[in-house]
Design a protein around this ligand. Sequence first.
Ligand code: ZN
Length: 252
Amino acid sequence: MAGQVATDQAARLAGLIRESSCTIALTGAGISVPSGIPDFRTPGEGIWEKVDPMEVAHIDAFRRDPARFWSFYRPRLHSLGNVEPNDAHRALAELESRGLLEAVITQNIDMLHHKAGSQRVIEVHGSIKSGTCQECGAQFSLEEMDELFDENGVAICRECRGHVKPDVVLFGELLPAKAIAEADDLAARADLMLCIGSSLEVFPVAGLPSITIRNGGGIAVITKGPTPFDRNAVVRMDGDVVADLESVVANL
Ligand code: ZN
């Protein structure tokens, strides 16, 4: 029975995607879980069990005690940098290549949408793909960053000896204004927003479905567990995110 409901929802969503002239995707941690990246809000899992992210991944920690910050963050960059995208990421890249998806807005920093082949990706929490010197603005790729660490395990700029920060939004930092403006604009123009793998509770992502709804668009929620937008969703799927998206693509 549940399988039939999921199939019906997939067929219905495929129909909506065909009719929509502007479809966008909004993705959160749930789409990267099948790639082996745990959602830090899932109890009992992941790197956040032993540390308080608000403390160690905070901009104040980076400024006050960069060695401690990096003792946590450097292995994180390493492990995230080696992860591969899964078929849910690939399904979105395929929709885009078929002209059925305009952009992906993501709160993930793991580069997996890019690795899967998505072209237009708006990373509202930044990305691990690079780091920037806080003094001179020099930018280094993820691979280059690895060569910047001094004897204390702190990333030091080659040009000016300033501190290099990963281009991810740390706790306590402002969100990247350009990415947020682009995300707001897309949300306002979208006929259809696919909300995937996000509980839609964390801003700025939590505000985007409302923008789409206010402007007359519809939202589909493809996420395990409840979200504040379940009642507004034109389609609601809560199975395995890979199977759900593959099923939608198979109906197109
Ligand atoms: Zn510098």
